[in-house]
Design a protein around this ligand. Structure first.
Ligand code: SF4
Length: 82
């Protein structure tokens, strides 16, 4: 599975950061980026295996986003959430 942040939708509300500060961070534009295990930061598609956090916790963070800016896809690119 993969996760990304739609930067057009992200309003920097930071509820994802509150739930998973080790995975999400706001960049200088006030948009959420995903931090992988190696410390790389991007809003683009990131594989779960590179994040190293339980998929259910990521889904919980995605559900907390008021604008549904956190997009989760399966390995074939099919959208799982929202
Ligand atoms: S919860 Fe949604 S809107 Fe808020 S920072 Fe995270 S991705 Fe952006």
């Amino acid at each position: 599975m993969r996760i990304r942040v739609d930067r057009e939708l992200c309003i920097g509300a930071a509820s994802c950061l509150a739930l998973l500060p080790e995975v999400f961070e706001l960049d200088e534009e006030g948009k959420a980026v995903i931090i992988d295990k190696d410390g790389n930061k991007t809003s683009d598609n990131t594989d779960y295996s590179k994040i190293g956090i339980d998929a259910n916790l990521i889904l919980e963070a995605a559900r907390s986003c008021p604008t549904n800016a956190i997009i989760i896809e399966d390995d074939d690119g099919k959208q799982i959430y929202p």
